[in-house]
Design a protein around this ligand. Structure first.
Ligand code: NAP
Length: 297
């Protein structure tokens, strides 16, 4: 029987800690931190994610701004807005919600984001600083996973961590964080990995970020494994008003009895991505206000 890693509770704790900090800042006559979110188009899940991010800002007492564009906005117009946000003294950090429409290059957009305001941690500069002591903003989801492991006192040092998925925003930075600051031995698996189960069975800590429900089944893990399920999949469910349920990438019911720790979906990694975002926004704010060591060049 595994211990459930309760990301919802940990993210609530972090929100309470930040809310206290904001109250203290405001009582000293300072303005609260300000996060902006850029949303392009009308993608349902993206709207939900952005709404949750804005709601978290309200909970902790940050100011927030939602900047919406139609799906046919040009890349040039979006770049213009990003340059404006870079210069806006009132904005401490901002995110550009992914995915973007196909005619817009995520890479080109990310290249324009000032890394000090990149609270998602997606820019090449922030990616390049992941394993440096004086990093600026870590990628939000892997940062959230590391925070969960820390708060549940799960040691990574010397452990074999297997990461399934090698995306720029989750799998790759996750691997670097675990091998760098985490001092773990890391295997990164992906679509071309042959005999995936051979590697997942060796994992002391298994992080799965693919986007395929039930990709990881009980026969693919060893007894006592720590399972971090990053995947978020909508699967049809007639019992729900929405017509779908959220599932991760692992077969939770079958794996839970074998695991020592496991994250649920929803309520595991998802809330921690938002918690990281608001932690990064606080760090950006403090650096801009001269309240902390400035973020590195
Ligand atoms: P992504 O960019 O689509 O990357 C998926 C990765 O999985 C790729 O590296 C791909 O390999 C690999 N992959 C695909 N099929 C595979 C298979 N059968 N076996 C092994 N590897 C396979 O996705 P992402 O942005 O990283 O997101 C992954 C999942 O996490 C999604 O469900 C997403 O919704 C969720 N997510 C959750 C949060 C959160 O806050 N909880 C945040 C971000 C993402 P190749 O690179 O070789 O194609």
């Amino acid at each position: 029987m595994a211990t459930l890693i309760d990301g919802k509770k940990i993210s609530n704790d972090i929100e309470m800690e930040l809310a206290e900090e904001v109250r203290e800042l405001v009582s000293r006559g300072l303005r609260p931190p300000h996060l902006a979110a850029v949303l392009v188009g009308d993608d349902g899940p993206s709207r939900t994610y952005v709404r949750n991010k804005i709601r978290a800002c309200e909970t902790v007492g940050y100011k927030s701004s939602l900047i919406k564009f139609a799906a046919d906005v040009t890349e040039a117009r979006l770049v213009e807005e990003i340059e404006r946000l870079n210069k806006d003294d009132e904005i401490d950090g901002y995110i550009v919600q992914l995915p973007l429409p196909e005619h817009i290059s995520v890479e080109r957009i990310t290249d324009h984001i000032n890394h000090r305001k990149d609270v998602d941690g997606f820019t090449p500069t922030n990616f390049g600083k992941i394993d440096q002591e004086h990093h600026s903003h870590l990628p939000a989801t892997p940062m959230g996973v590391m925070e969960l492991l820390k708060r549940y006192a799960i040691q990574t040092k010397g452990k074999h961590c297997v990461v399934v998925g090698k995306s720029h925003i989750v799998g790759m930075p996750m691997g670097i964080l675990l091998a760098g600051p985490g001092d773990a031995t890391v295997t990164i698996c992906h679509i071309f990995t042959q005999e995936l189960a051979r590697y997942t069975r060796m994992a002391d800590i298994l992080v799965v970020a693919v986007g395929k429900p039930n990709l990881i089944t009980a026969d693919m893990v060893k007894e006592g494994v720590v399972v971090i399920d990053v995947g978020i999949n909508r699967v049809p469910d007639d019992t729900k008003k929405s017509g779908y349920a959220l599932r991760g990438d692992v077969d939770f019911e079958a794996i839970e009895p074998k695991a020592s720790f496991i994250t649920p979906v929803p309520g595991g990694v998802g809330p921690m991505t938002i918690a990281s975002l608001i932690m990064n926004t606080m760090a950006a704010y403090k650096a801009r206000q001269g309240l902390a060591e400035s973020l590195t060049e």
